[in-house]
Design a protein around this ligand. Structure first.
Ligand code: 0O2
Length: 216
């Protein structure tokens, strides 16, 4: 039977909190499995793992309400599914910057995923110094009587970018977004150091690869 896919936030028989959470959780499982398969296949072909680790989470109700407020929207289920893109979020942490783009390309080639948008905060860091590669994708979730295209935000970053982002997140929230300028400035400087570290690690890794090839 061919079922017509319904996009979350448009088809309004997805009305209860529990149903919505069941669907987002299913989307996280589907995308998580896909990523593990890609990583296993990569390991099999290249004897190398591009992914260090994967974390996934469902956004907390408090964060959803806060974000809706920031968007100037009422806290309703339909606003939440329509306007909040990162209710289901997966973070892929890679060793090297080159792995990030490799992963993004592999994800983009998956036929049953639709890439809705991409934000490259590595090439274009945020003013805070934040760096990461974000992909908003939808994945069809097959329920017993309908198919729901569900949004998942994938953040791909290096270990160093993840280290910076999680500390900056803690500091930012301590000051509730109003950190003194010298702290923001120092965080931006730390972000620059992280980029140098990432670049250095990548060049060392490439140098080691070349040495290995020459020995063959
Ligand atoms: P939390 O608590 O991590 O969930 P959009 O509606 O998608 O266009 P949005 O959501 O602001 O607007 O998009 P963006 O910029 O892609 O940010 C999404 C997420 O990226 C954030 O979710 C953070 O997780 C992370 N992020 C973005 N900017 C920063 C930053 O400057 N520092 C840190 N540490 N993380 C950042 P939330 O909901 O804001 O927060």
């Amino acid at each position: 039977m061919n079922q017509q896919a319904q996009t979350f936030g448009i088809g309004e028989d997805v009305d209860s909190w529990k149903t919505v959470m069941l669907i987002y959780n299913s989307a996280l499982k589907e995308v998580g499995t896909k990523l593990e398969i890609l990583n296993d296949e990569f390991q099999h072909v290249h004897q190398y793992n591009p992914i260090e680790y994967i974390k996934s989470r469902i956004k907390s109700p408090e964060s959803i309400v806060k974000k809706l407020k920031r968007h100037g929207c009422e806290s309703t289920i339909s606003n939440m599914t329509e306007y909040i893109n990162d209710i289901a979020g997966i973070r892929i942490v890679c060793s090297f910057i080159s792995d990030i783009y490799r992963m993004a390309e592999m994800i983009g080639r998956q036929n049953d995923l639709t890439v809705v948008s991409v934000k490259d905060y590595i090439k274009h860091p945020k003013r805070s110094g934040y760096k990461s590669y974000h992909m908003l994708v939808t994945i069809p979730i097959f329920l017993s009587d309908r198919v729901i295209d569900t949004k998942v935000e994938i953040q791909i970053r290096t270990i160093a970018m993840d280290f910076w982002a999680s500390l900056e997140h803690k500091i930012y929230y301590k000051f509730e977004g109003n950190a003194p300028e010298y702290i923001s400035q120092e965080l931006r400087e730390c972000s620059g150091m992280i980029s140098m570290l990432d670049a250095k690690m990548l060049s060392l890794n490439e140098a080691v690869g070349k040495t290995k090839d020459e020995k063959k």
